[in-house]
Design a protein around this ligand. Sequence first.
Ligand SMILES: Cc1cc2nc3c(=O)[nH]c(=O)nc-3n(C[C@H](O)[C@H](O)[C@H](O)COP(=O)(O)O)c2cc1C
Length: 238
Amino acid sequence: MKNIPDHTPNIAQVQTQVLDAFSFRHACKVFDGERKIDDSVFDTILEAARLSPTSFGHEPYKILMIQNPKSRDLLRDFAWGANGATNGTAGQLGTASHFAVLLAHTGETMTAGSDYLQKFYRDVKQLPEDVIAFLNDAYGTFQSRDHGVSTAREITDWSGKQAYIVLANMMTAAALLGVDSCPIEGFEMDKTVAVLQEHFGVDPKFYKPAVMVAFGYRVDEPAFGKTRRDIEQIVEWV
Ligand SMILES: Cc1cc2nc3c(=O)[nH]c(=O)nc-3n(C[C@H](O)[C@H](O)[C@H](O)COP(=O)(O)O)c2cc1C
């Protein structure tokens, strides 16, 4: 028998913590602009991102933190889901303690056999050459046969899916730490790409914005309670 450490938590306590955190999390529209998240707390949220799983372990995302108010204002005109236009406030852009754009890798790096992936397998994954050859083959088959991920758009969308796992884990980690958040898809893609390129040096050849996310502390309780389908409508056991 292998000597595996006992990972069994106090189940009842963790159940309560998990469900409390998921109930606490809501799409926060306005944060307390005076309250900043401590560095150590935000570092934990970033570490939750970094430790997130990704398909093939390729980590096809980057997190761009936009903290300067003037920089955030560059997004204001076309980030309608974060500019407060719907509720007459400064929105998440104007009030969040931390504001991130999750960038998805494009086909330039995430096509099977790319130079980027060879270096990634060696430097990050520290894989031996025979395993790298195997992975090039397996990932190539995955792209061309299994999931039909071969056009530039399809590959970028696949990277975006991985970025959403990161998004979810960051928001859950935040909720466990008593930090509010809001995921943001409400932005015009073309204008966002242009601003990111012009002002933040994000080369669209390599990155496309997948989703944005704001963090901070709520200024008010949520205006509406949570509504969800019943569990029977969501899950089918066969
Ligand atoms: C991927 C994604 C994008 C979203 N985009 C926005 C957005 O741009 N602005 C916003 O205020 N809320 C946004 N939301 C929040 C959803 O409207 C919200 O999560 C949903 O209505 C459920 O409410 P709850 O999160 O408060 O439980 C987004 C949610 C997700 C998951």
